[in-house]
Design a protein. Structure first.
Length: 235
């Protein structure tokens, strides 16, 4: 019987672990006021976000994230943004984890997360960077490698956008919730919004089109202004 080279087994193991953690996760914790805070984490195509907000009124509390990879049971994350502790931006955090069915346990803290989607069914999963706009038929693009970024991370059913600067470590804002992609329509249901809690609960409908690797995002902003944004996936 032919033996499979060890390097192939290691690569396959890392791929399976990566696939297992990809998607969205949640946990709940009772706060000092006796109500539940909801923690939602998205892991998608090498980038992640983790956000805390009140489960009753959607009040935003904090968010952090960046890039990640997993090797066996060791999750490595490099922090790109942290609204609560900006001094952590640029740090690399290692966490041993234990995956079992739809549960992920962080060994160091003992906390357990429950998987809420596996990267399906949404067609836009991944990490995207705002790369340009079309105004009055004119397309203008920006340098996506600059420190000032607007990133949107999507799993199969959840989305979050984050505006931040990796050089100044400044956090500018975030919002997120659930989304659907049906027949060229992209619909967001907002569950938290750091800049204006009154937008929690809003449903926003857009058109979307994938064109040569670009996500064309068309419709109206939460303020009612027309928009045509262009996003490209991070690599």
């Amino acid at each position: 019987m032919n033996k499979i080279p060890l390097i192939i087994l290691l690569i396959a193991s890392q791929f399976l672990n990566s696939q297992s953690i990809s998607g969205a996760w949640e946990k709940f914790k009772t706060n000092s006021e006796g109500t539940n805070d909801r923690y939602v984490a998205i892991f998608s195509n090498g980038f992640n976000s983790s956000t805390v907000y009140n489960n009753i009124n959607g009040k935003f509390i904090s968010t952090n994230g960046g890039s990640w990879y997993i090797n066996d049971n060791l999750l490595t994350q490099k922090i790109e943004f942290d609204s609560k502790n900006p001094e952590r931006v640029g740090l690399t955090i290692n966490s041993k984890i234990e995956l079992k069915e739809n549960k992920m346990k962080i060994i160091r803290t003992g906390e357990t997360w429950t998987k809420i989607d596996d990267g399906t069914p949404g067609k836009l999963k991944g990490a995207w960077l705002m790369s340009g706009r079309i105004r009055d038929g004119v397309k203008s693009m920006r340098n996506i490698d600059r420190p000032r970024k607007t990133m949107k991370i999507l799993s199969g059913s959840r989305f979050q956008w984050i505006a931040y600067n990796t050089t100044t470590k400044q956090f500018m804002g975030t919002g997120g919730g659930t989304y659907k992609t049906i027949d060229g329509k992209y619909t967001e249901q907002i569950e938290f919004f750091s800049r204006d809690n009154l937008r929690v609960g809003a449903k926003l409908d857009f058109e979307y089109k994938l064109d040569d690797g670009e996500w064309n995002h068309m419709g109206f902003s939460s303020k009612g202004d027309p928009l045509h944004e262009i996003w490209v996936q991070r690599e």
